[in-house]
Design a protein. Structure first.
Length: 393
């Protein structure tokens, strides 16, 4: 199956501005910062197919940002893969970082990964993170939670440790979501060994579903299989780094990296096998064939795939009303593609249309929605925190 090409919105002026890292003619400066908060705004709005917007550069001092989440008091927490959680407020870096972040396994793609608030954070104060935990000369992806006392991490609990521990620096995942029923899901990569994704006796290349305290739900698809990992919700994944819950339709979407080509957008369903490495639309990085199959009975097809790869990372289902025409669209960060893909899906969860936004903006690691409905981006190379500001058409 082939899919229509995405329409492209070019923005070379923004690229040159961001790379320069300083104010230039036509940019708006909203105040003095510490040299890394530049409060720049594009001189002219970006006109996309359905919405026009400016791009505000809020911070330029990031390195390898991964996840972001907003606290009820207005603070924004941003994780850095190196093991830091930066604190922002009112779109400015406060100069503070959370204290006592757990130690992380720093190898390749390993480190501190995603961060999400519990849906009932106002009542219980729990914040969830995934990270590569160092153990026995290697590392494993873990799901943990903690509470805050001002900027101090307290009551850290590791809820789930994935097996096996390996020294590989590849494919840790990971993203975290909650659904409307109170379950928490997190993704793991297959750690560079494709066969792991088809093996139900290990945790690699899977999406896991747990109660919010780490207990395994009895209705998980493999909970009664004696040799399977009972936390598994779906399997056959290569490396899911985009995961989002559509609360309007009670649907989970995931984006995952293919090898050379074959990145995927999937609807994630209970007990389903998503095929890696038995079926794929990609090939090895050296050009050799991974599989002659792109379809097989009992294995799911993506609702969209990308050839060549865009490197999908970070995924947003937009529920706000700031950008007319974007309601209930998906937004995919692209690392290799260095853009944001806006995707329209049907009520039946089928791909309808795509548009490429902000080409060459940088490697987009995460796309987030603030509580007041604005879209924020995290990029690396350069390491930026960006905000999309609606403009009149």
């Amino acid at each position: 199956m082939r899919f229509p090409c995405m329409n492209i919105i070019h923005l070379p002026a923004l690229l040159s501005l961001l790379i320069a890292g300083g104010l230039s003619a036509g940019c708006v400066d909203s105040g003095q910062r510490d040299g890394k908060d530049n409060a720049e705004r594009t001189a002219s709005p970006v006109d996309s197919e359905k919405a026009s917007f400016y791009v505000d550069t809020l911070y330029t001092g990031l390195e390898n940002p991964w996840g972001m989440t907003w606290l009820p008091d207005g603070r924004l927490l941003v994780t850095e893969r190196a093991g830091e959680i930066l604190v922002f407020k009112n779109d400015q870096y406060t100069g503070k970082k959370l204290k006592d972040v757990p130690a992380t396994y720093q190898n390749g793609q390993g480190g501190l990964l995603d961060i999400q608030l519990h849906p009932d954070y106002a009542d219980n104060g729990w914040i969830y993170v995934t990270y590569a935990k160092p153990e026995n000369g290697g590392g494993r992806t873990v799901l943990a939670r903690f509470q805050l006392n001002s900027d101090q991490i307290t009551n850290l609990e590791v809820l789930y440790r994935t097996d096996p521990v390996t020294s590989s620096g590849a494919h840790f995942g990971s993203r975290i979501i909650f659904d409307a029923h109170g379950y928490v899901y997190f993704s793991t990569g297959e750690r560079g060994t494709g066969e792991n994704a088809q093996n139900l006796t290990n945790d690699m290349g899977k999406i896991h579903r747990l109660h919010d305290d780490g207990r395994i739900p009895q209705d998980n698809p493999f909970a009664s299989h004696p040799n399977a990992k009972h936390s598994i919700w779906s399997y056959g994944h290569r490396n899911v780094q985009g995961l989002v819950y559509d609360g309007v339709n009670d649907v989970i979407y995931a984006t995952e990296h293919g090898p050379r080509g074959g990145d995927e957008l999937n609807v994630v369903e209970k007990g389903r096998n998503y095929g890696w490495p038995v079926i794929t639309y990609g090939i090895n990085y050296d050009g050799s064939i991974i599989s002659d199959l792109t379809q097989k009975s009992g294995m799911e097809q993506p609702i969209h795939y990308w050839v060549p790869s865009i490197g999908p990372c970070g995924l947003l289902f937009y529920t706000g009303d700031r950008y007319p025409g974007w309601e209930h669209n998906l937004f995919v960060g692209a690392l290799a593609g260095m853009h944001v893909a806006r995707i329209e899906v049907s009520n039946n969860n089928e791909y309808r249309h795509g548009e490429k936004l902000l080409p060459d903006i940088g490697r987009v690691r995460q796309v987030g929605q603030s509580p007041d409905g604005y879209i924020y981006l995290l990029t690396e190379g350069p390491g930026l925190l960006l905000k999309l500001i609606p403009a009149k058409r």
